[in-house]
Design a protein around this ligand. Structure first.
Ligand code: 9G3
Length: 567
């Protein structure tokens, strides 16, 4: 491809509305253009990257036994009513009317479509297992579309659905996908972790997220460097070991703490660190007021609390309810003398002589001790995991990171097949509900995540397996005929070898061309200058290094092939 013909509108300045580096660079390097909030055009370079990512995904889906199909984006309302989800997703679902005033959804996902399709044409155990997938646009009306392709309202997803006779079959399909996903992200040269996710509303009983590590990631994870334990902070179990021995219990005292409400106030007032103070939070769990206490430096994990309490509705109590129930407002609450059920984070059991509210405004207790001064309903794991917590597998201190979710796989069980009555006959002629799994990869999000993880101050550094072009040839001065001839001859030689080559034939200063080559992220750069011809040499530079190599022109092809083979 000749750069002078390539539609690649690079920008000199950093676009202001872009908040993350991948959004900035994909805009500046002429890969994407915004059509509307959360809606983008993929320009030719981006399309080449997407096609390479999709090709790797297809290869691994097919290797795992998947069969590619293509489902409709326009989805009849009836299917979503059958699954009971038409009213679940509210404003996030794009809805449209046809000429007969009938409602449709713009497909945010395809469980309903695929379950209905399979139900209609799969009748016997002999037809299973089945792994069906597509690569297609999805539509979700995000409240705050942001970070460019990372959280768009239209995005490209590969979604595969598995169909089995029973849970054992699902386990096999799930493992096939788990393995295929690891192969995909390894082939994409991405640093990632697989974390057990809180399957939340999807209703399956097991799910894993594939997280590309990046500081701009929206998800907080903890992971062990020693082995592959990793977990969403939402779900990470906290290991509590009572370190013992404990200091002697001192006499509890009530102290006047005028205007003190926060842990920080108490740290400043008592000089004791925040680990020596206990915060008390009040929640309505299915309408019942409960108290939750944690060490002052910890954060409550509401998902864990909800799972521990086994409640459906959980929300923080308002000040009035708290005041009428406890006799004091937030910041003056504590477990001593409280006649409301108290759930204590497991670490409280190991605390001694701590400070907490006295359930009286402007008063606190000091030297409070669990067991002696109050009895919690239970000691439970309800705090967020943090860096330094111990790995539940090997006890090694965990590392914290932020991740971009690029893949998510779920065991669905019979959630959709029951709702939509999708059955097959088993060996004994009995009708059984099909057991399903669903497996997504964000294709466009993966491209952005690759940039988040592979860039420097000059621009993108594409991993070789997904780069839009493998080599860029830059003649220093296109007006020098001998330089252009050498460039064209090398360009043709490399193309005949099947390499993807960009020839920067623009009549621009060399510096501009070098900057553009770095910005768009082409892994290998070949410069043809006056020296080249005198000494029959060219300069080669790898985008991920600073080293410049002088190579004889007739060695270039071989050298490049070797570098690309290493990938
Ligand atoms: C909706 C809307 C948004 C949604 C969903 C439905 C997320 C929805 C969960 C999934 C689960 C898996 C198959 C591929 C991998 C993910 N956001 N989810 O079901 F109507 Cl508006 O999509 N689906």
């Amino acid at each position: 491809m000749k750069f002078s013909e390539l539609f690649c509108p690079t920008l000199r300045e950093m676009p202001s509305e872009a908040e993350t580096v991948s959004h900035q660079l994909l805009l500046r390097a002429g890969y994407i253009r915004k059509a509307g909030a959360g809606i983008y055009s993929y320009l030719p370079l981006a399309q080449r990257v997407l096609k390479k990512i999709e090709a790797i995904v297809r290869e691994e889906m097919d290797r795992a036994g998947g069969q590619e199909l293509l489902m409709p984006i326009i989805q009849p309302r009836e299917l979503w009513e059958q699954s009971g989800r038409w009213d679940v997703y509210g404003d996030e679902m794009f809805r449209l009317l046809d000429r007969h005033q009938r409602y449709f959804a713009l497909g945010p996902t395809h469980e309903e479509i695929i379950t209905s399709l399979v139900n209609g044409d799969v009748h016997s155990y002999r037809d299973l297992p089945l792994l069906l997938y597509q690569i297609q646009n999805k539509y979700r009306d995000e409240i705050r579309p942001r970070f460019g392709l990372m959280r768009g309202r239209e995005f490209i997803m590969k979604d595969l659905y598995s169909f089995d006779m029973d849970e054992a079959g699902l386990d096999v399909s799930y493992l096939k996908m788990y393995t295929a996903y690891n192969r995909i992200f390894q082939r994409l040269k991405l640093q990632y972790r697989v974390v057990e996710a809180d399957s939340g509303a999807i209703g399956g009983n097991e799910s894993h997220e594939f997280m590309v590590l990046a500081d701009t990631g929206e998800d907080a994870i903890v992971f062990c460097e020693r082995e592959d334990f990793a977990s969403n902070v939402e779900k990470a179990a906290c290991v509590y070991r009572d370190e013992g021995p404990h200091e002697d219990m001192r006499e509890m005292q009530k102290i006047h703490t005028p205007g003190m409400r926060t842990i920080k106030d108490l740290v400043d007032f008592t000089g004791e660190p925040e680990q020596r103070h206990v915060k008390t939070l009040m929640y309505f769990a299915d309408g019942q007021l409960v108290a939750v206490i944690l060490r002052g430096d910890r954060e409550l994990n509401e998902i864990k609390l909800k799972n521990v309490l086994g409640c459906n509705q959980l929300f923080m109590a308002d000040d009035d309810s708290v005041r009428s129930a406890c006799g004091a407002g937030f910041g003056s609450l504590g477990p001593v003398g409280m006649d409301i059920k108290i759930y204590a984070d497991q670490e409280i059991a190991g605390l001694r002589n701590f400070t907490c509210g006295a359930n009286e405004d402007d008063y606190h207790y000091i030297n409070v001790n669990p067991g002696r001064d109050f009895l919690p309903e239970d000691y439970v794991d309800i705090r967020n995991a943090v860096e330094g917590d111990l790995c539940p597998v090997c006890g090694h201190p965990l590392k914290a990171a932020r991740g971009i979710e690029v893949g998510h796989i779920f065991k669905l069980g019979t959630k959709y097949s029951q709702a939509m009555n999708a059955t097959v006959l088993d060996k004994n002629g009995q009708s059984v509900h099909i057991v399903m799994g669903c497996y997504g990869i964000g294709i466009s999000r993966t491209m952005a995540a690759a940039v988040e993880q592979n860039h420097d101050e000059n621009g993108i550094i594409w991993p070789i397996p997904i780069t839009p072009f493998q080599v860029i040839i830059i003649p220093i001065n296109v007006k020098k005929q001998e330089q252009m001839e050498a460039a064209l001859s090398l360009y043709n030689e490399l193309q005949e070898l099947g390499l993807e080559v960009l020839l920067d034939d623009r009549d621009e200063r060399a510096g501009v061309k070098f900057k553009d080559a770095d910005l768009i992220g082409i892994p290998l750069r070949i410069v043809i200058g006056p020296k080249a011809l005198q000494e029959n040499q060219v300069e080669m530079k790898k985008r991920w290094e600073n080293e410049i190599y002088n190579i004889a022109i007739d060695q270039v092809a071989g050298t490049i092939m070797n570098i690309l083979k290493e990938g």
